[in-house]
Design a protein around this ligand. Structure first.
Ligand code: UDP
Ligand code: MG
Length: 138
């Protein structure tokens, strides 16, 4: 069972002053913050981060959006972290995200959807390593 996941508070949520409320929701849901960084994604880094979506029609816009302003990168710990965190953030499209989920509460659109959540242990490890050194990822 996975006990760590990686998340990013995306540029729309940072710009709209949602960092505090989103981190509070995450803590209330039982996740512990083990690493946190307020930073920016260069277009190159955003392109690499979303490499798996390279062939998708939304890729270029997504890269532009993700590098349009500051983000908050976070590593979280909790039993069953990957699955429980995906449940907490809700569906990719905020219009379809269940009531009370982070995307339902804070997201603007399917692109500017407030928050990222890793979809597997392997991807959480890869994504965390974009922002944090081995030492910072205890
Ligand atoms: N995205 C988009 N248009 C789409 C689907 C996804 O702009 O039709 C963006 C959105 O920001 C999403 C990200 O691409 O969070 C990655 O897509 P994915 O399918 O992995 O969704 P997620 O895992 O974030 O729910
Ligand atoms: Mg995804």
């Amino acid at each position: 069972m996975s006990n760590k996941t990686f998340t990013m508070i995306k540029p729309d949520a940072v710009a709209n002053n949602h960092i505090g409320p989103i981190l509070a929701k995450i803590n209330e849901a039982g996740f512990r913050i083990v690493a946190l960084k307020y930073t920016c994604l260069s277009p190159e880094k955003a392109a690499a981060f979303y490499e798996v979506h390279k062939e998708r029609p939304f890729y270029n816009d997504l890269v532009k959006y993700m590098s349009s302003g500051p983000i908050v990168a976070v590593i979280l710990e909790k039993a069953n972290a990957i699955e429980d965190f995906r449940k907490l953030i809700g569906a990719t499209d905020p219009a379809k995200a269940a009531p009370g989920t982070i995307r339902n509460l804070f997201a603007k659109s399917i692109e500017a959807n407030a928050i990222h959540g890793s979809d597997s242990d392997a991807n959480a490890e890869i994504e965390g390593s974009f922002f944090f050194s081995q030492m910072e990822r205890f």
